[in-house]
Design a protein around this ligand. Structure first.
Ligand code: NAD
Ligand code: 6OD
Length: 484
C-alpha cells in the first residue's frame, strides 16, 4: 500500500499512526497517511524557524523568484503524477485536474515570481513647516513562519496559491493539507527537494483538525501567522486559537453565491455559464453558484435549459473522456448534502431534477455520488437557500425588478462571489458594483486573472489574496524615515 509521509526538515518522516486515504469514486483505500503528533508538528515549526534564521533568510527576492520558476518547471515535468495524485484523492475528472488544478499550480508559481520580482512600495518626501525635509520609504520583510491550512476541493491549486507568495516573500511554511487529500502536497515535497529548496523551508504535516495536526499547528506558540482556506466554522476556531498571541490571519472561507439572470441575457451563453458554475468539481468550489435569481419573463426558459444541462451531466470514472462530474469527496460530506436534499423537500421545494443517489453499477455504487440537483419553489428564508451546501445543487427563484434582484442576492451573511448575466453592459457594471462580495463576474464565472484581488466579505473571509494583494499578508513593512 502506498505510504504518504510527513515532510519535515527536508526528510520524509513516519507518523505516530496511520489513517486511510479513500478514493471517493468507489470507496477504495488508495494509501495510508502518516498522522503527525504534537511533537512532530513542533519539529516542523522549529525546522521552519531555523531555515528562516539561516541561509534562506538572506536570499534575495530575485533568487527566490528564480527558485519558484524552477519549481514551476519541475511541476510541469511531473504533471501527470500530480494529476494522478489529485484524481486518486478527489475523484475529479482527469480532464479537470489537467486543465484546472495542476495547470494552475504551474501558473501560481510563475505568476507570483513575476509579482514579487516587480513589486515596489510607495515613498513619501515630507516637507515640514520649518523647511526641513524627510524621506519616508518602507521595506518589506517576510512575515516569518507561516502555517498554511488548506481544504480538499482544489488541493494543489489552493496550496500553491498560498505557497507562491509565501515563498517569494521569503517566508518558511508548515503546511497541513486536508486529511481527505494528502497526496499532492506530499508529492510537491519531492519537487521542492529536486528544485533545491533548502531543508525546513517547506514542511508538510498530516492529520485532522481538532486535537490533531491542524490544532497543534495553529496553537503552536512559534508561528507568525495562519493562512487558511476552508469552512467558516473552522476559520472562526482558528481565529480564537491565535487571538492570545495576536497573530495575523488570512481567511478564504465559505460562500452562498448568487447569480442574477436578467431577461436580456444571451440565453445560451448564460445557461452554459450557469451550468458550469453549479456543477464544476461537483459543486465543490467555494465560488459555485447555489442561488439563481431569474427575471420572471425568462424564468421558464432558464428552468428548462438548466434542467436539460443538469441531465446531460455524465457521472462516471475520472479517466473516461465522457465523464463530466465526479463524486463528492467523502461519505460524511455526502450525508451533509443529502441532509439538504431532505431539508429542501421539507421546505416545499419542487425538485426539478436529481435529488438523490444515482445508480452507477456495482463498483461505483460504493463511492460517494449524488445526482446533479435543481430546486424551484424555495423561500428565500429556507435553510437550503441560506446555508452553504457545497454540492452540485442550486435553487432557482424568480424576480421582477433590478432592485429586488440586488436585495435578494445580497440577503446573505456570506460575501464571496456573484455573477450577473445581461447584455446591457451598463446594467452589468451597475449591478456587479452593488454586490456585497469580493468577486463579481459579468457574463462569466471563475475567469481568473491571478493579479486581481480574491477573497470574501462577511462570513466569507478576511483579507484578499492575488498578485500584490497577497504580499500584504505574507510580508511585514518597516517604514524608514530619514531627515535630509
Ligand atoms: P474545513 O474547514 O473542514 O477544513 C479545512 C482544513 O482545516 C483541513 O485541512 C482541516 O483538516 C483543517 N482543520 C479543521 N479543523 C481544524 C482546527 N480546529 N484547527 C486547525 N485546522 C483545522 O473545510 P473543508 O471541508 O476541507 O473545505 C470545504 C470548505 O472550504 C467550504 O466551506 C468551502 O466554501 C471552503 N472553501 C473556501 C474557499 C475560498 O477561497 N473562500 C476555497 C475552497 C474552499
Ligand atoms: O482561483 C483561485 O485563485 C482560487 N483561490 C479559487 C478558489 C476556489 C475555491 O474553492
Amino acid at each position: 500500500m502506498r505510504q504518504i509521509r510527513n515532510y519535515v526538515d527536508g526528510q520524509f518522516v513516519d507518523g505516530i499512526s496511520t489513517f486511510d486515504d479513500i478514493n471517493p469514486v468507489d470507496g477504495r483505500v488508495v494509501a495510508q497517511v502518516h498522522e503527525a503528533d504534537a511533537a512532530l508538528v513542533d519539529r516542523a515549526v522549529r525546522s521552519a524557524r531555523r531555515a528562516l534564521n539561516g541561509a534562506w533568510g538572506s536570499t534575495t527576492v530575485l533568487e527566490r523568484c528564480e527558485l519558484l520558476r524552477r519549481i514551476a518547471d519541475r511541476v510541469e515535468e511531473r504533471f501527470d503524477e500530480l494529476v494522478d495524485a489529485e484524481v486518486a484523492d478527489t475523484g475529479k475528472t482527469v480532464r479537470q485536474a489537467k486543465a484546472l488544478d495542476v495547470a494552475r499550480a504551474v501558473a501560481n508559481f510563475r505568476s507570483f515570481a513575476d509579482t514579487a520580482a516587480s513589486s515596489s512600495q510607495k515613498s513619501f518626501m515630507t516637507d515640514l513647516a520649518d523647511g526641513r525635509q524627510a524621506l519616508n520609504y518602507a521595506v518589506r520583510k517576510p512575515l516569518g513562519v507561516v502555517a498554511v491550512i488548506v481544504p480538499w476541493n482544489l488541493p494543489l491549486l489552493l496550496l500553491t496559491w498560498k505557497l507562491g507568495p509565501a515563498l517569494a516573500s521569503g517566508n518558511t511554511v508548515v503546511v497541513k493539507p486536508s486529511e481527505e487529500t494528502p497526496g499532492s502536497a506530499t508529492l510537491l515535497a519531492e519537487i521542492m527537494q529536486e528544485a533545491g529548496l533548502p531543508a525546513g523551508v517547506y514542511n508538510v504535516v498530516h492529520g485532522f483538525g481538532a486535537n490533531s495536526a491542524g490544532e497543534f499547528l495553529t496553537t503552536h506558540p512559534d508561528i507568525d501567522g495562519v493562512t487558511f482556506t476552508g469552512s467558516t466554522a473552522t476559520g472562526s476556531g482558528i481565529m480564537r486559537a491565535v487571538a492570545d498571541r495576536v497573530r495575523p490571519v488570512s481567511f478564504e472561507l465559505g460562500g452562498k453565491n448568487a447569480a442574477i439572470v436578467f431577461d436580456d441575457a444571451d440565453l445560451e451563453l448564460t445557461l452554459d455559464g450557469l451550468s458550469r458554475s453549479i456543477f464544476t468539481n461537483t459543486g465543490q468550489v467555494c465560488l459555485c453558484t447555489e442561488r439563481v435569481y431569474v427575471q420572471r419573463g425568462i424564468y421558464d426558459k432558464v428552468v428548462e435549459g438548466l434542467v436539460s444541462r443538469a441531465q446531460a451531466q455524465r457521472l462516471g470514472k475520472p479517466d473516461d473522456p465522457d465523464t463530466t462530474m465526479g463524486p463528492l469527496i467523502s461519505a460524511a460530506h455526502r450525508r451533509k448534502v443529502l441532509g439538504y436534499f431532505e431539508a429542501a423537500k421539507e421546505a416545499g421545494a419542487e425538485v426539478l431534477t436529481g435529488g438523490g443517489i444515482p445508480s452507477l453499477g456495482a463498483e461505483l455504487d460504493a463511492g460517494f455520488w449524488v445526482e446533479p440537483t435543481l430546486w424551484a419553489g424555495l423561500d428565500q428564508q429556507s435553510t437550503p437557500v441560506r446555508e452553504e451546501i457545497f454540492g452540485p445543487v442550486a435553487a432557482l427563484i424568480p424576480f421582477d425588478s433590478e432592485e429586488e434582484a440586488i436585495a435578494l442576492a445580497n440577503d446573505t451573511e456570506y460575501g464571496l462571489a456573484a455573477a450577473v448575466w445581461t447584455t446591457d453592459i451598463t446594467r452589468g457594471h451597475r449591478v456587479a458594483q452593488r454586490m456585497n462580495v469580493g468577486i463579481a463576474w459579468v457574463n462569466t464565472w471563475f475567469l481568473r486573472d491571478l493579479r486581481s484581488p480574491f477573497g470574501g466579505m462577511g462570513l466569507s473571509g478576511i483579507g484578499r489574496e492575488g498578485g500584490e494583494y497577497s504580499l500584504e499578508f505574507y510580508t511585514e513593512s518597516t517604514n524608514v524615515c530619514v531627515q535630509l
